[in-house]
Design a protein around this ligand. Structure first.
Ligand code: NHF
Length: 475
């Protein structure tokens, strides 16, 4: 079985968010169970290739918008593995596209439509090599259509994974023509562009052989209007071809200086060091952390903001790390300026992207707050648990599938700040109970939870096999 994973990012080479972590770790787990997995991504200038052996493998000619564009395919290995990563280099679409000083700067949907076209040209040059193309998110939404056009019955099977349904890649319909898709070739494209734009996620969902979401709960939630919005009906129509597979994490990428026997003393030391580093009071107050992209709709910032005062009034400490929505960045900075004096040494707001600081916070905190309105899978709760930091989560999506209230963390139903406040109070109560016996049991449960890729990689393998079987039977 040979699979090509196509995505916009692959950690640690290109990492924007959780998608990068998944694409950087799933293929390693697949290789361990006999699935030969390659990865294909654009060679964006932000790629970190220092220390990696990157060489130019070949050039492909990519027809796009009535021109032929030369794309260089660079190859490297995913660090610490035998997984081949193909990095696609093209000045106009992947290197300079954000540079508005560059003549005719291109839109994001155009960049990724071009990417889809590149993937298909690459597959043609490797004809009969791959059994399945595993597409991820809207960036790869046109791959199946283009494969049908180019290779028809000889094409590999396709799987489309939804990491986040809210990002759909909606752009002008021009990209359809630019990609070389003819009117009448794909009824769903014609249907979609009637309003003048194209939804690349919609195209990926409707055209691929199979579709999956990144947790079982999310796969069910997106069938409802609340979470699936205007795509709920489209997803329902794919019943029998839609499933949920929980993401895993790569524990080898997470250094930890303690284990089940030593967590109590070690975490205490780490906590003091973090408090010192962040200018917090060095004491045994419970530390509540929030580490996330500051996404105003998804990440629960509105209800989080409402409970910060009660954490501080209850003698807790609050640490935030993240960047994102400029309005929230401003609001949080202002909050610090306004409140810090009154709560001296209890508040630390870090508007920055800092992986090392994130790791320090994961390891040293007592609780990690994840009040997301929706969460397809979520990886931070898994990382927190590994570090014996109890997650406090809104019971949705992957958070619901990984955190058991009162066992390895805390969860609440109903997206309102009062529910979040109640569960925080419960956590405080357990933290302050004499001897912390209950807390320690929960920490041990969390540290023992296994969120490695083992089981989920097997599920992907079975799904790939099913896709190949269905293709051979032409169903
Ligand atoms: O874990 C990777 C990530 C998810 O919940 C996360 C999200 C984006 O929102 O699958 O993708």
């Amino acid at each position: 079985m040979k699979v090509l994973l196509a995505a916009s990012e692959v950690a640690p080479i290109i990492k924007v968010g959780g998608l990068g972590d998944v694409v950087g770790s799933l293929p390693k787990a697949l290789e361990k169970i006999g699935v030969n997995a390659d990865v294909i991504v654009p060679f964006f200038p932000s790629a970190k290739t220092q220390g990696l052996n990157v060489y130019k493998n070949m050039e492909i000619d990519v027809p796009f918008n009535n021109e032929t564009h030369v794309v260089s395919v660079y190859s490297t290995k995913l660090p610490g593995s035998d997984v081949d990563v193909m990095l696609l280099n093209n000045d106009r679409f992947f290197t300079n596209w954000k540079n508005s000083a560059f003549a005719n700067s291109v839109s994001e949907t155009e960049v990724f439509t071009f990417f889809c076209r590149c993937i298909v040209e690459y597959l043609k040059s490797k004809f009969n090599t791959y059994d399945v193309v595993h597409c991820n998110d809207w960036h790869t939404g046109l791959v199946t259509h283009l494969l049908v056009d180019e290779l028809d019955a000889e094409r590999p099977g396709t799987l489309f994974t939804i990491h986040n349904l809210m990002y759909q890649g909606i752009g002008t319909m021009d990209v359809v023509r630019e990609a070389g898709i003819l009117p009448g070739a794909h009824p769903l494209v014609d249907y979609d562009i009637q309003d003048g734009d194209i939804n690349l996620l919609f195209q990926g969902i409707t055209s691929s052989d199979f579709v999956n979401a990144v947790s079982e709960s999310y796969a069910k939630e997106i069938l409802t209007e609340e979470y699936g919005k205007d795509l709920a009906d489209v997803l329902k129509a794919r019943e029998g071809r839609l499933s949920g597979i929980l993401n895993g994490i790569d524990y080898t990428a997470l250094p930890r200086s303690f284990d089940l026997g030593s967590f109590k003393t070690e975490k205490k030391k780490l906590k003091s060091a973090l408090q010192k580093k962040l200018g917090l009071k060095v004491d045994d107050s419970p530390v509540f952390a929030f580490i996330s992209r500051l996404d105003s709709y998804q990440k629960g910032l509105d209800i989080l903001y409402e409970v910060i005062p009660s954490i501080l009034e209850n003698e807790g400490q609050f640490v935030l790390l993240g960047t994102g929505d400029p309005k929230w960045e401003e609001t949080l900075k202002e909050y610090f300026v306004k409140e810090n004096e009154q709560h001296q040494g209890r508040l630390s707001i870090n508007i920055t992207f800092d992986i090392n600081l994130a790791n320090d916070i994961y390891a040293a905190s007592d609780f990690l707050l994840i009040p997301s309105r929706y969460e397809p899978c979520g990886l931070t709760q898994m990382v927190a648990m590994y570090y014996g930091t109890l997650p406090i989560v809104h019971a949705v999506g992957g958070l619901k599938d990984t955190v058991e209230n009162g066992v390895n963390g805390f969860s609440f139903d109903g997206y309102v700040s009062t529910n979040l406040a109640l569960v925080i109070n419960k956590a405080l109560e357990i933290y302050r109970r004499d001897g912390q016996r209950e807390l320690d049991t929960m920490i041990k449960n969390a540290m023992r939870s296994d969120f490695g890729w083992g089981k989920s990689a097997q599920s992907y393998k079975s799904l790939y096999e099913k896709i190949v079987k269905y293709r051979s039977l032409n169903i």
